[in-house]
Design a binder for this molecule. Sequence first.
Ligand code: ETK
Ligand code: ZN
Length: 257
Amino acid sequence: GPGQSHWSYEDRQEWASRYPDCGGTMQSPIGIDTAETVFSPQLRPIQLAGYSLPSKETLKLKNNGHTVVLELPESLAITSGYAQQYRAVQLHLHWGSLAGPGSEHTVNNHRFPAEIHVVHYNTKYDNIEEAMVHPDGLAVLGAFLQVGPRENPYYRQILEHLYKIQGEDEEVFVPGFNIAGLLPANLNLYFRYNGSLTTPPCYQTVKWTVFNQTVQLSQDQMSVLVTTLRGDDNSPLQNNFRELQKLHGRHVLASFQ
Ligand SMILES: NS(=O)(=O)c1c(F)c(F)c(SCCc2ccc(C(=O)O)cc2)c(F)c1NC1CCCCCCC1
Ligand SMILES: [Zn+2]
């Protein structure tokens, strides 16, 4: 990853002093107020290609002390919904604890239990390190996780390995599966806005897609997500979400009315 990150969610008020972009005017996450979103018919349905990976392919699943990251092959691509083509780099999650929710974005002041981010880079750049310093460099697909009546077989492919990587910097290889199963079935309904990475260096180079439809996990699965991992000095890795950032005049677009 991009060098060691000697920051934590506890010292987030200090981020801007060491990473100037963290104090910028196009920061993420934001609170989405559906009364203020602008319907934009030119926002086409998101289409994904190559997201269904054979089980013989193995993917690295890592506890990096801030979240759990599943590294993704560049063969996964967003083929519609953005002006340019973007290819996958990694996906990771943000969550709360047994005491409360931990999504990064909110909708009408509602915070969801958790949120998935699938990070992609613009293929006009050679790699993510180059892409992430350009305004059109990154596309992150975000979706909210909620508790429902049934176990989610796609999240099971990640959650069943978490006990093996409880400690910071521990990693394990997991078999490929259909990564699209981690996202909502309906990829037509989404919010779009220009924002940033929600972690230092907070580069303001992310074209965010936040899906309107949520993904459902069982209560047991959500409990595994919020209780298994450990971060710095073995403390529970929980509430790994950044506080809401001001819009500074930005408009949130919606692909639906
Ligand atoms: N919501 S987000 O997309 O901004 C985001 C977070 F909020 C994140 F919290 C994270 S994890 C923190 C950054 C980090 C730390 C260590 C390592 C490592 O040891 O490999 C890697 C990364 C995290 F990895 C990401 N996404 C990364 C941002 C880091 C720089 C670009 C790499 C892919 C996207
Ligand atoms: Zn994230």
